[in-house]
Write a protein that binds this ligand. Structure first.
Ligand code: PAF
Length: 280
């Protein structure tokens, strides 16, 4: 496994593979890797000749400076994990390498970016699009893998690829969970054992809510979920929305959309967690 810090060296290394017609798979990450990332990387290794993983904590997607400062960073552990599961190239640039000058690009994803995470984390998806478009330009992958835990991010990356007409296939990979149901996230490292236990209620409640569909409207289920989560010690719901899984616009009637997703952000202490569940 080769660890590369500059765009020039990355492209030099990748051209060897490209020239011999190898397929390049890509997993963008912010490091502090866990089993969820490992699942993305393993799938990438299985499906491509070469696997590139980027590890870069992207400052432009953080709207809260404390969240950026406290974001876990575990490079040595990350390299070990990536080597053990067969990644070929790790791209770990500095902030200066990725942003030699400020990125002033403004993306417009319409309604997709105005709800849920977009409504509560101003500028977040613009920052994600800035970094992912740069990474796609540098790596030029055939396929890129993203976790479905960040459901809205996945929708936005797909939209960006469509808007910029990039020749990359974006693959969503199902959320990996702890034994107690908690969605794996780098932020879980900041939870105490007791908080992890409390946070496991999020997915339990989301699952339970799917069984209420025949009795309750989307709005009634939303109120039920928010109340149930807020009643768990240490948890506070920031939002819960039931939406069309394609447009991400809220629905008020189950018949309004063929595919329906419920997405939430919940504070557990001062750690912000997100999760989602399919209703249909
Ligand atoms: O999901 C993440 O870890 C990040 O948002 C991503 C896609 C690596 C961009 O920084």
């Amino acid at each position: 496994m080769t660890i590369i810090e500059t765009v020039v060296l990355l492209q030099e290394e990748l051209s060897k593979y490209r020239d011999t017609g190898k397929t390049i798979g890509f997993v963008p990450t912010m490091g502090a890797l866990h089993e969820g990332h490992a699942t993305l990387v393993k799938q990438c290794v299985r499906e491509n000749d070469v696997t590139v993983v980027s590890v870069f904590v992207n400052p432009t997607q953080f709207n809260n400076p404390d969240d950026l400062r406290l974001y876990p960073r575990t490079p040595e552990k990350d390299w070990q994990l990536l080597e053990s599961i067969g990644a070929d190239i790790v791209f770990a640039p500095t902030v200066e390498e990725m942003y030699p000058e400020p990125d002033s690009r403004q993306f417009d994803f319409g309604g997709l970016a105005q709800v849920m995470e977009g409504a509560f984390r101003s500028g977040h998806f613009n920052g994600v699009a800035q970094v992912v478009s740069k990474l796609f330009e540098y790596v030029q992958p055939h396929v890129a893998y993203f976790g479905e835990k960040d459901f809205q991010q996945l929708a936005i990356v797909k939209k960006m690829v469509q808007q910029l007409k990039l020749p990359v296939k974006v693959m969503g990979v199902p959320t990996v969970r702890e034994a107690n149901g908690l969605a794996m996230s780098s932020r879980n490292q900041r939870l105490s054992d007791a908080e992890r236990e409390n946070a496991s209620a999020i997915y339990r409640i989301l699952r339970e809510s799917t069984s209420l569909m025949s009795q309750k409207s989307p709005n009634q289920i939303s109120s039920w979920v928010k109340e149930a989560i807020n009643n768990v010690t240490g948890l506070r719901v920031e939002y819960f929305a039931i939406a069309d899984a394609y447009s991400l616009q809220p629905i008020s009637n189950w018949k309004e959309a063929d595919e329906v997703i419920g997405c939430t952000a919940v504070y557990c202490g001062d750690v912000r967690l997100i999760d989602n569940i399919r209703y249909k």
